[in-house]
Ligand binder design. Structure first.
Ligand code: FES
Length: 105
């Protein structure tokens, strides 16, 4: 499944991520800049924060519950902010594009 990461500064990286992994794991295992994932995917650090492209908002959905609470600690959260460790990669997400805030560089 192709996931497109826009790194801080605007460099675009298209990465193949296997189904069942999280968007965060796909970033970390491919050295995408700006996704640190200090907590290892436990939804408790906000260092895997990224903005969803508008076109994907309906399909992927907004952050809810613990994730929404944790996003308050992220750099410059917006309505389309998600913690990428909470997004599971499925075939339906092929071409998903997420942008990592410049402040997370
Ligand atoms: Fe820590 Fe996602 S990796 S909140």
């Amino acid at each position: 499944v192709k996931i497109i990461y826009v790194e801080p500064g605007g460099n675009e990286r298209a990465v193949d991520v296997a189904e069942g992994y999280s968007v965060m794991e796909g970033a970390v295992s491919n050295g995408v800049k700006g996704i640190v994932a200090e907590c290892g995917g436990a939804c408790s650090c906000a260092t895997c924060h990224a903005y969803l492209d508008e076109a994907w908002l309906d399909l992927v959905g907004p952050a809810e519950g613990d994730e929404a609470d944790m996003l308050e600690f992220a750099h410059e959260p917006r309505a389309n902010s998600r913690l990428t460790c909470q997004i599971e990669v499925t075939e339906a997400l092929d071409g998903l594009r997420v942008t990592i805030p410049d402040a997370q560089a």
